[in-house]
Design a protein around this ligand. Structure first.
Ligand code: CUK
Ligand code: CUA
Length: 680
């Protein structure tokens, strides 16, 4: 059957290959950014029949070949886009090139990671991880559940400087510098143990949004679940970000107390709606579980009502109210009380159908798209209508006194897109895209308003669906959260992968599928499958690669990546030394191909050791590792970097330390002895 088909299409295949290669050759003669310098063509000029034969042998269709041509990235050619995908409960972030879908890096964030020497002795990483522990608790938290990466923005466009990400499990937010793709800071939310509506950045990254999820007493003090409505609360936190220091300023941040509905995903307003923030909620029923006591289970109890509440925040005003000190203190953190938020006009609700999940502001800031998991429509709210309705002051109120805007007054359109709509993205052609978890598919529909002029299609109409494999959560479009999306590519972050890859046992990878959305109309093919062998990547953001400008090596020898300056213990060649002061031993070491200096460190059991290593290399990619057995020390020292680690020499014996990166032909000789003489 397949064979027959092939012969019928052989001519088409061959001509397609010839066209494709011809185009490729033309492109390779054309302008190419110096960054994307590819190796010279090897001189082959025609496609022999071999390519068609290979395609036949592999059972490839013309569409497959087209997909390959769109994504195949020869050795040395660079990708056009970079995707930052959450690593879910791996507590990390993945860096993926588009369109090749090659995984380029992972970034350790909430979880120790040995390759990067993150959390295995290196003081800077130990301190960052420790920042994420809960104050007043001696428990160490060594993982996180990352959901929503947010690139820093300038005037609503990704600027390539910083990345933020939340930890849903423990209510934390991390700051990553895109100069070295390393985590610089973790802040623990003092008033909540979990979060979900984070992270999102405001259009100039003044504020990082962290919305809550499961209701709990603020500060998680014990309160009986029977007193849920009285004692449990929701929250949203606004973290002040300081671009110059590259840090969240905890003492300039604040939260707003909310009713104990389960706040879900949030998005920042932009352009027209800049200064406003939108979050979904579900379980406005305030179900408290207890199926074992005869209560409705959560999945039913939290889905009884037809409507939940879109939360609409006036952030600009909230900042003023917080600055005026109209806050209460929860665990040392300023929280605007719910009553104050209502009085000051910081918080409004709009009904939203039905168990909503995604909320996404359109590129012009004019529309807010909400998807109800149990409703086949997306509901699109107009920001202007929201403003008019607020100004008219015609409200109902929920049981906590929060003003509720009339649904029909603020709704712009409802589009039936399919089953289980979750998240929406936008492109440059006036389309919106919504993931359909249950179908599973990605739906393309026309966004009305200013965008509709670009299309022949009707406003607010479903145009097409592309099936994906399988159940899709978020989707991410190129520059899709900015004021000027690029279109071109969309990645479907699928939760189920069942028959897409070889069987690797009961735990499967996630399937990230690349869709080509460059053609208007009804074409939107899947062109690549990336199995991601790690925690579930909930959301991703995709930035044009040329907006990133990371360092190749650290700016100066002795750089401390945490402080962003030369470390006081930076050690140049010739300055290496071991200094003893009582039973404190301090070591200043250098690493360069292919030796550590010193190569022998002799100490006594019980000594307190402080050890600094400076990689004095200036060559790109000349990273050295440092591994010390039994003491659980493992470092990655990038060119120019100074790393410090400390330990107490409780164990005597002979310990070979060695470099873990195969850095030169004599890498195996890059080693040394730590000799710990037994104490009395
Ligand atoms: S969430 Cu996981 S698919 Cu945390 Cu944004 Cu929707
Ligand atoms: Cu340095 Cu191997």
């Amino acid at each position: 059957m397949k064979k027959e088909w092939f012969y019928r299409h052989k001519l088409l295949l061959t001509s397609l290959l010839i066209v494709v290669v011809g185009v490729g050759l033309l492109a390779s003669c054309g302008d190419k950014s110096d960054e994307a310098a590819a190796p010279e063509s090897s001189g082959a000029t025609t496609v022999s029949g071999d390519a068609a034969a290979i395609a036949e042998a592999r059972g490839l269709t013309p569409d497959d070949i087209l997909a390959a041509v769109k994504t195949y990235t020869p050795s040395g050619m660079y990708d056009e886009y970079v995707m930052f995908a959450s690593g879910g409960h791996s507590g990390q972030v993945y860096v993926v090139g588009l369109p090749s879908m090659r995984v380029i890096k992972k970034i350790a964030v909430f979880t120790p990671e040995p390759w990067q020497g993150y959390g295995y002795g290196a003081q800077d990483s130990m301190e960052i991880l420790a920042e994420g522990n809960v104050e007043g608790s001696d428990r160490e938290i060594t993982w996180g559940d990352t959901h929503h990466p947010a690139l820093s923005e300038t005037n609503g466009d990704y600027d390539g400087e910083f990345l933020f990400i939340n930890d849903k499990a423990n209510g934390r937010v991390a700051v990553i510098s895109l100069k070295d793709f390393e985590t610089k800071q973790i802040v623990k939310n003092p008033i909540a143990l979990g979060d979900h509506g984070g992270t999102m950045a405001t259009p100039n990254t003044e504020w990082i949004i962290e919305g809550g999820q499961y209701g709990s007493p603020l500060g998680w003090e014990y309160a009986s679940i029977e007193d849920y409505e009285a004692d449990y609360r929701g929250m949203i936190t606004f973290w002040k970000f300081d671009r110059e220091s590259g840090r969240i300023l905890e003492d300039q941040s604040f939260a707003i107390e909310l009713p104990p509905y389960w706040q879900d995903v949030c998005d920042s307003g932009k352009l027209d709606s800049e200064g406003w923030v939108f979050c979904n909620s579900f379980n406005t029923e305030m179900a408290t579980g207890g199926v074992e006591d005869g209560n409705p289970p959560f999945e039913a109890g939290a889905s009884q009502q037809d409507m939940d509440y879109l939360h609409i925040f006036n952030l600009d005003k909230a900042v003023e109210v917080a600055a005026a000190g109209k806050t209460m203190d929860v665990k040392g953190f300023p929280v605007i009380p719910l009553d104050t938020a209502i009085e000051e006009g910081l918080l409004y609700f709009a009904p939203e159908p039905k168990s909503p999940h995604g909320v996404d502001v359109s590129p012009d800031g004019q529309f807010v798209t909400v998807s109800g998991k149990l409703d086949p429509h997306v509901s699109v709210y107009s920001f202007d209508k929201i403003q008019d309705t607020i100004a008219a002051g015609n409200f109902e109120f929920d049981q906590y006194g929060v003003p509720i805007l009339n649904f029909d007054d603020v709704l712009e359109a409802q589009i039936e897109v399919g089953l289980g709509p979750l998240h929406t993205q936008y492109d440059d052609k006036g389309y919106a895209y919504t993931s359909l978890f249950l179908e599973p598919a990605v739906a393309r529909w026309t966004l009305g308003g200013d965008f509709s002029d670009l299309n022949d299609e009707e406003d607010w109409t479903l145009v097409q669906k592309t099936p994906v494999q399988y159940n899709v959560g978020h989707i991410a479009a190129a520059e899709g959260d900015t004021v000027s999306p690029d279109g071109k590519y969309l990645v479907s972050l699928n939760k189920w992968a069942i028959d897409r890859f070889l069987n690797v046992g009961p735990l499967l990878p996630q399937n990230l599928q690349l869709l080509d959305i460059s053609e208007p109309g009804t074409t939107m093919p899947v062109i690549y499958d990336l199995p991601l062998p790690d925690g579930e990547p909930h959301y991703a953001q995709i930035i044009k690669a040329d907006k990133l400008d990371p360092w190749e090596v650290y700016p100066e020898i002795g750089w401390n990546p945490r402080t962003g300056e030369v470390d006081e213990n930076a050690t140049q060649i010739g300055e290496e030394r071991i200094v003893r002061d009582g039973n404190n031993v301090e070591i200043w070491m250098t690493a360069v191909r292919s030796h550590f200096t010193p190569e022998r460190v002799e100490i006594k059991q019980g000594d307190k050791v402080t050890w600094h290593i400076t990689n004095v290399e200036r060559a790109y990619d000349a990273t050295h590792g440092f591994a010390l057995p039994l003491y659980n020390i493992n470092l990655s020292i990038e060119p120019g970097e100074t790393v410090t680690f400390e330990f107490e020499a409780t164990e005597d014996g002979v310990f070979s330390y060695y470099c873990t990166e195969f850095c030169s032909a004599l890498h195996l000789e890059m080693t040394g002895y730590l000799l710990v003489e037994p104490g009395e």
